[in-house]
Design a protein around this ligand. Structure first.
Ligand code: NAD
Length: 347
């Protein structure tokens, strides 16, 4: 399908496809908007079922980054990269070296960082080819893996949701069902456990599950069973579209608040959650901690105090979205989308 006709195309400023047969690299970079500054967002390495699935993912994720960076009031636009994982064995250094060269060709219109399947070590390989990369482990302003800060922001957003929907000050005594306990999900589980809540977790990585059971007393369930758990909160922390027409009727929770990008398969799913009196904490609002951390590195001086103040702001923005939605009797995702589009000048 041609990109302009794609259902996920949203007047993106640029969509760039790069191939390097020697390393097996096939990558797509989508720049949704540079209205607020250089487009920034992570790079995902994933085994896509088709090229169309990769295009769809990068179009949706880059738009989400525009909205996320706008809602976090960052001087950054929205962009994202996906690398279609080569089949079989591949040389990671060669792959990310080729990717880094392509990122450099974009001349700073897009600044890359970590996302699913990618680590700070990969960012170092990219950094050998281009300055347009962040989330580094070394260097004067290095901010490292953004995941712990993302988890902290999601946890704070979850707390705000609990206060709004359940009228409680903390998570003590609640049950949280977490889908995906990778970099962000596991760190989120640690916050939730420390707050005195029970955990139900699922993943396709059995090692992570055992760790969660041993260290955090988490109950483990099969991936398909996570939606129907008797819990107070569902936290999608794996890939997108966790809330879709199949899963939504299974939910028994009162709140959906997690780290994953693009949790709603369509905006209509937000309206359906609203109708079912399930409070949705818009993903791109509460998972902005990582890009806030990255933004500090991009500014040239990593400043933990500024990052902390932006996490306070993120929590306040989350509360603002909930309050506006309640006043207007509208779904939270629609309120957040309106606010983000206004900040992007696309209202
Ligand atoms: P990750 O790859 O470390 O973790 C994802 C986890 O989900 C893995 O453990 C994986 O095994 C698991 N998973 C995949 N498919 C699953 C399924 N069907 N059922 C259950 N588990 C499944 O990635 P991450 O960095 O923790 O990111 C998680 C999500 O949060 C992604 O959607 C990402 O885009 C989003 N996000 C991440 C950050 C960040 O700072 N890393 C920031 C904002 C948003």
């Amino acid at each position: 399908m041609f990109v302009f006709d794609h259902p996920s195309f949203d007047d993106h400023e640029g969509v760039h496809a790069f191939a390097d047969p020697a390393s097996g690299l096939k990558a797509i970079v989508a720049i949704h908007s540079t209205a607020r500054g250089p487009a920034s967002g992570g790079c995902r390495l994933w085994s896509y079922v088709s090229e169309d699935a990769a295009i769809d993912d990068v179009l949706r994720l880059s738009k989400g980054m525009s909205y996320k960076n706008a809602m976090a009031n960052l001087d950054l636009g929205g962009g994202k990269a996906v690398i279609i994982k080569p089949e079989g064995e591949f040389n990671r250094t060669a792959l990310f070296t080729a990717f880094g060269k392509f990122i450099d060709q974009l001349g700073g219109r897009y600044i890359t960082a970590e996302d699913v399947g990618v680590s700070p070590a990969d960012m170092e390989i990219i950094h050998a080819q281009t300055p347009y990369v962040a989330g580094l482990n070394s260097g004067e302003a290095a901010s490292g893996d953004p995941s712990p800060i993302t988890a902290e922001g999601v946890y704070r957003g979850m707390r705000a949701a609990v206060q709004h929907r359940l009228g409680r000050d903390g998570l003590n005594g609640l049950t949280v069902a977490v889908q995906g306990i990778g970099h962000v999900g596991y760190a989120l589980c640690e916050h939730v456990h420390k707050a005195g809540a029970r955990l139900i977790v699922t993943d396709i990585n059995t090692e992570a599950l055992q760790k969660a059971r041993d260290e955090l007393g988490a109950v483990i369930v099969a991936p398909n069973d996570i939606y129907r758990q008797q819990a107070d909160i569902f936290a999608p922390c794996a890939l997108g579209r966790a809330i879709n027409p199949d899963t939504l009727p299974q939910l028994k929770v009162k709140i959906v608040a997690g780290a994953a990008n693009n949790q709603l398969s369509t905006p209509e799913m937000g309206a359906a959650l609203h109708r079912n009196n399930i409070l949705f904490a818009p993903d791109y609002v509460i998972n902005a901690g990582g890009i806030i951390n990255i933004a500090s590195e991009i500014s040239g001086t990593y400043d933990p105090a500024w990052v902390a103040s932006k996490l306070d702001e993120l929590e306040a923005t989350t509360r603002d979205v909930f309050a506006k939605a309640e006043r207007a009797k509208r779904p939270t995702n629609e309120i957040a989308d309106d606010m983000a589009r206004q900040r992007l000048g696309r209202a």
